[in-house]
Design a protein around this ligand. Structure first.
Ligand SMILES: [Zn+2]
Ligand SMILES: [Zn+2]
Ligand SMILES: [Zn+2]
Length: 486
């Protein structure tokens, strides 16, 4: 943590600034979780130490609740699991994720004291909880959480005051960071990273935060790494510059982003992009060209899109994918008469329809939509945005499956360049992408020289699955980086 320092940022309270120079892709700091838990629905599918999704996990013989990859992960977990393990046995069952996380934090404070722990710039006691800004509904939830917590908290552990317990739940509520599996496909848990909590939001930030599950297999070697987050620079940062990350996805008009930030994180965004409404015109673009639509037609298309998105959500959560596709195609027809290619409502439909069609293996139609989507994304997102990189990767894979090798390879290369900055070269997703890049490059060369050999090679590649099949689409909206419920 030598490269950063805490300071008071004008109008924003506490912040973090750089004390040396950084360039795109530099890791400014890495931080292990102060405490972290797996989501209730996944406790038997994800390792409780490294948060990797694994086909085969070993169960803790004591509580029969915790699961681990192997002995290494289990041994690593013991300091944090020991008290939890006996409390679960006593309680008869494990409480929900919120209670488990609060208890883990409390046990750690009990062991180490509430002051600064090694490598932390801020103590848990000093983190913001926003309890005083809670509405009635939130206060009710908080009371229920505290009640369940007290039922679970063992009598032999330290006695805790109400204020202290409320503080911890408040901290979890606004600072819980979402953890994903090793492929970045699914949110699997939540953790508290105190240093990360010090970094203020900007809709156009100079850093990104990425979760790395670590590599536990290489015990006792230099490749052995632990689960952590990394703060990475998106471009050049000079000494004295404030560090910022974006708590939410950029693809919303500034007014909507501000509303979301106020609701979820209790502050008014005063970033340059919000103040000047930068890119709002693109995000709400009307169709260009000779037949300009009337403002009413644009309004109508947007309302139609909103209504359709609701129907799509329902069909998608029920797994009726052909209905999703039908709704999307209808909506696109309406949109194409009135909306511009960077309009967010059009992009939302393109994102859903390309994902669902890929899953249904209609790759060619999916590729067309994916191409339009990433072309627009490149005009909207910061060039090193992780979301952009992931979208380029998915679009590249779809093109590859559609046999559009040249375009596919191009997108995979672009995605790789973004992920080298946002995820770093050793992240599993970047490594996957590198394999895909090499594979598609070879195929492209083959395609240009000898088409027959190219098709032979494709067959082999399809069997080896160097380039993966598409995961089933989920209804999960990309959460903010902090886990707080909407
Ligand atoms: Zn593990
Ligand atoms: Zn146990
Ligand atoms: Zn903003």
């Amino acid at each position: 943590m030598e490269a950063v320092e805490v300071f008071t940022s004008e109008g924003k309270g506490r912040g973090l600034k750089a004390t040396k120079e950084f360039f795109a892709g530099d890791v400014i700091f890495a931080e292990r979780a102060y405490a972290a838990v797996v989501f209730d629905s996944l406790t038997h599918l994800v390792c409780h130490t490294c948060f990797k999704r694994q086909a085969k996990l070993h169960r803790c013989g004591q509580c029969k609740f915790a699961y681990y990859c192997d002995r290494t992960c289990q041994r690593d977990a013991w300091a944090n699991h020991k008290s939890e393990c006996s409390a679960i046995k006593k309680h008869g069952k494990a409480p929900n994720e919120n209670i488990r996380l609060a208890a883990r934090i409390m046990w750690r404070i009990e062991r180490e004291g509430g002051g600064l722990t090694e490598g932390c710039l801020v103590s848990i006691d000093d983190l913001q909880n926003h309890v005083e800004s809670f509405g009635e509904e939130e206060k009710k939830e908080l009371r229920l959480d505290v009640e369940s917590f007290l039922e679970f908290w063992p009598s032999e552990s330290q006695h805790l005051g109400m204020q202290c317990i409320s503080h911890i739940f408040g901290v979890i509520n606004c600072n819980g960071f979402t953890l994903s599996d090793q492929r970045g496909l699914q949110a699997v848990g939540v953790g508290i990273f105190p240093n990360l909590c010090l970094i203020n939001h900007d809709c156009w930030p100079n850093c990104t935060v990425i979760f790395n599950n670590g590599n536990h297999e290489a015990v006792r070697s230099m490749f052995h790494t632990q689960m952590r987050i990394e703060l990475r620079a998106l471009g050049k940062i000079s000494p004295g510059n404030e560090l910022s990350v974006s708590y939410i996805d950029f693809l919303n008009v500034s007014e909507e982003r501000k509303r979301q930030l106020k609701k979820q994180y209790y502050f008014d965004c005063t970033c340059e992009h919000c103040q000047k409404g930068i890119k709002d015109d693109l995000l709400l673009a009307a169709k260009e060209g000779e037949e300009k639509p009337s403002p009413e037609a644009v309004k109508e298309a947007i309302q139609f899109s909103k209504d359709t998105l609701e129907k799509i959500d329902k069909a998608r959560s029920e797994g009726v994918y052909h209905e999703v596709v039908k709704l999307c195609r209808e909506c696109l027809k309406k949109q194409e008469a009135a909306l511009g290619e960077t309009n967010i409502y059009l992009l939302r439909i393109l994102s859903i329809v390309s994902e669902v069609l890929s899953y249904l293996q209609f790759f060619e139609e999916a590729a067309g939509y994916a191409k339009r989507m990433v072309d627009a994304y490149m005009k909207l997102y910061h060039p090193n945005n992780a979301q952009l990189g992931m979208a380029l990767m998915r679009a590249g894979v779809t093109h590859w499956h559609a046999g559009l090798i040249e375009a596919g390879h191009g997108m995979i290369c672009k995605a790789y360049a973004v992920l080298l900055v946002t995820h770093g070269p050793t992240h599993p997703i970047t490594k996957d992408l590198e394999a895909m890049r090499i594979q598609s490059e070879m195929e492209l060369r083959m395609f240009q020289q000898n088409e027959f050999m190219y098709y032979k090679m494709r067959e082999a590649a399809l069997q080896n699955q160097t380039i993966q099949v598409m995961p089933e689409p989920t209804n999960e909206v990309a959460p903010g980086i902090f886990q707080r419920k909407q």
